[in-house]
Design a protein around this ligand. Structure first.
Ligand code: 6PG
Length: 248
């Protein structure tokens, strides 16, 4: 695993950096294999990057072969697709409805189903993507970071952190809404590239822990995201980095 840390001046710079990572990963994957499999993050932070990717006036949209992009999700809340708390809805509004990506390329978690059934179906869809191995090698996974160090819907102390067989599970999160479906660490360990998008002073403590797991008796979930043969990029704004991290 190789790791890169970039401290951006503000959230707008963070969004640009994330859009560049997405564009470059998409172009490299399509050039190499004719397709680009990406898992999107939920929450608030990535929304600006998604909007930038969809913006025809920005240098990203036209450079991305959208018909070759396969979209997955790191997690989804167990709510109907039209619910404002849905990560899939946020991604559709900010990005997917605004770019020429075929609907068949969007592999949404079925949040309206009972969570265990939604997780079973998502696990099966991810397995179908894998060519031989247990977990598919996603070209890029975008992730956020919670103030408690969670990522996707892998929360501290969750049994889902120990899951090594299933690729997606239903969890009960200590956050609203509580019922969620999340990919598990085997999916993240198989990824070619992971990009964490972290903004705001509220994430400072969690980020410090996530960046220094060797000194932590109980590493936060985000620190356990370790691609076997991949790159982890930390794209953080100055507010989250504080003074402890060098700007890059
Ligand atoms: C979710 C996300 C979650 C999110 C973090 C950070 O469903 O909420 O998967 O892991 O990325 O909680 O969220 P913000 O970007 O809103 O701070």
């Amino acid at each position: 695993m190789t790791r890169e840390l970039r401290v951006l001046d503000d959230e707008a710079a963070l969004a640009r950096a994330a859009a560049e990572v997405f564009r470059d990963a998409a172009r490299a994957a399509v050039t190499a294999r004719g397709t680009f499999a990406v898992a999107l993050a939920g929450g608030r932070t990535p929304r600006a990057a998604y909007a930038l990717l969809a913006d025809a006036a920005a240098p990203y949209r036209a450079a991305i072969p959208w018909e070759r992009v396969q979209v997955w999700f790191g997690d989804e809340r167990a709510v109907p697709g039209g619910d404002p708390r849905s990560n899939v809805r946020m991604a559709r509004e900010a990005l997917l409805a605004r770019v020429p990506i075929p609907e068949a390329n969007v592999h949404a978690v079925e949040g309206a189903l009972p969570p265990e059934e939604a997780a079973r179906r998502y696990d099966a869809a991810l397995r179908a993507l894998a060519s031989g191995g247990a977990a598919p090698r996603l070209d890029l996974v975008l992730l956020g970071l919670g103030a408690d160090g969670h990522t996707a819907s892998l929360f501290p102390g969750s049994a889902a952190l120990a899951e090594r067989e299933r690729l997606a599970v239903a969890v009960e999160a200590p956050a609203e809404p509580p019922h969620r479906i999340t990919v598990t660490l085997p999916v993240l360990a198989a990824a070619a590239e992971i990009a964490f998008l972290v903004a705001g002073e509220g994430k400072r403590a969690a980020l410090a822990r996530a960046l220094a797991p060797e000194r932590d008796p109980d590493p936060v979930p985000a620190a356990r995201v370790r691609p076997r043969d991949g790159t982890v990029r930390w794209l953080v704004d100055r507010a989250a980095a504080g003074g402890a991290l060098p700007a890059r």
